[in-house]
Ligand binder design. Structure first.
Ligand code: DSN
Length: 422
């Protein structure tokens, strides 16, 4: 590992900022990063993100721009589009959304009018803000109706979803979310969307890399629209894509630009193209399978240590722990684990009696540690650190947290992170 990485111009112009970047590199190198929506991008993706493509305005689409000088930019965007179409087997791809929330907002613009009913999973059940939750613009400008998971199983009840859809007749039905540890049954959602006359939107932001790597079923051909960020399991830059059948191409493109956004971030488009190229390699398939294998192994180890996992385990990259039986609030645990060099986020669990800013759960995932090369043989140690960290959180044992931090740093030093190794 070569740390700090060389950023000579930045260091010369703005040493204060360069110092913060170096500190972040150090932090990412030394810690066990378990936030399931984060990852480590490759040096190639980082380099593409920091190119002169950043200097160019390109409102419009390849071949139909409002600015001249697009000889190279058009090719960059066409490359990203072609790679997205090939990787996910879709007829149309728009690679311009700035991130997941604007991508989802573009879907509303394309298919619904303000005041229309839309349906998605409730945020505290594992959904996303932009699936019609009240505090989001999508729940303010539209009438959001929300489904959840069953109290006894932690799983989606498709009879309940169907009943709600047939009663409410939403324009859009979102499936997918941010804290769903189980496989999404896209075919079941598609049937309900068809019966109720809704457009089905599969928000696969969390699992896009697993889908690309064959470790989760694809929403193709079930979903009308597929929305995804590019920076989670897909391991690309901070950005997003909307994909669909050709019949929806015009509506989606028009909604993204000029409906919602101005010029695309060309440096991000380039980095998305690189990430899609990487995700098409055989090694990425291995990566995606390993993410899931690691999560399953970690879930087993946590269960063996008495942790309560929502839905009893995981099928994907993500584990949602309800810490109520451990008598430690999620936020207290998350902050203690952070001091122990284990980075997680506190999270509501379904039917959480506590508030979202002080919930009962902690959400963890394996995309980042798998990118560093950790395998199933390391998951007992990871579970052990989490167990000791949560216990220390409860007793206020800062020495124990310090011990864990040293052990974590020692293991992570043996597994250099992509992007952080020169
Ligand atoms: N950033 C997403 C996540 O962490 O799951 C939510 O927007």
């Amino acid at each position: 590992m070569t740390l700090p990485l060389p950023h000579p111009a930045l260091a010369a112009t703005d040493p204060e900022l360069a110092g913060l970047v170096a500190a972040e590199e150090q932090l990412q190198a030394e810690t066990l990063r378990l936030i399931p929506s984060e990852n480590y991008v490759s040096r190639a993706v980082l380099e593409a993100s920091g190119t002169v493509l950043q200097n160019k305005y390109s409102e419009g689409y390849p071949g139909r721009r409002y600015y001249e000088g697009q000889q190279n930019i058009d090719q960059v965007e066409r490359l990203a589009i072609a790679r997205a179409k090939a990787l996910f087997g879709v007829e149309h791809a728009n690679v311009q959304p700035y991130s997941g929330s604007p991508a989802n907002l573009a879907v509303y613009l394309a298919f619904a009018d303000p005041g229309d009913t839309v349906m998605g999973m409730a945020l505290p059940m594992g959904g996303h803000l932009t699936h019609g939750w009240g505090v989001s613009a999508t729940g303010t400008w539209f009438r959001g109706v929300q489904y959840g998971v069953r109290h006894d199983t932690g799983l989606i009840d498709f009879d309940e979803v169907r009943e709600l859809a047939l009663k409410e007749r939403p324009k859009l039905i979102f499936c997918g979310g941010t804290a769903l540890p189980r496989t999404i049954d896209f075919a079941a959602f598609a049937e309900i969307a068809r019966e109720s006359g809704a457009v089905l939107v599969a928000d696969v932001a969390h699992i896009a890399g697993l889908i690309a790597g064959g470790a989760h079923p694809s929403p193709v051909p079930h979903a009308d629209v597929i929305s995804t960020t590019t920076h989670k399991t897909l391991r690309g830059p901070r950005g997003a894509m909307l994909m669909s059948r050709e019949e929806h191409a015009k509506a989606i493109d028009k909604a993204v630009f000029p409906g919602l956004q101005g010029g695309p971030h060309n440096q991000t488009t380039a980095a998305i193209a690189v990430a899609l190229h990487e995700a098409a390699q055989p090694s990425f398939r291995t990566y995606a399978q390993s993410v899931v294998a690691n999560a399953k192994a970690l879930a087993e180890e946590l269960l063996a240590r008495g942790f309560d996992l929502v839905s009893g385990g995981t099928d994907n990259h993500l584990i949602l722990m309800d810490l109520t039986p451990k008598d430690v609030p999620g936020k207290v645990a998350a902050k203690a684990l952070d001091r122990a060099g284990i980075v997680v986020n506190y999270n509501t669990v379904p039917y959480d009696p506590r508030k979202p800013f002080d919930p009962s759960g902690v959400r963890i995932g394996t995309p980042s540690l798998t990118s560093r090369g950790l395998g199933t043989q390391h998951m007992a140690a990871v579970a052990d650190w989490i167990d000791r960290g949560v216990t220390a959180a409860g007793t206020g044992d800062e020495d124990a947290l310090g011990d864990i931090r040293s052990e974590v740093a020692e293991l992570m030093a043996a597994f250099p992170a992509p992007g952080l190794s020169a």
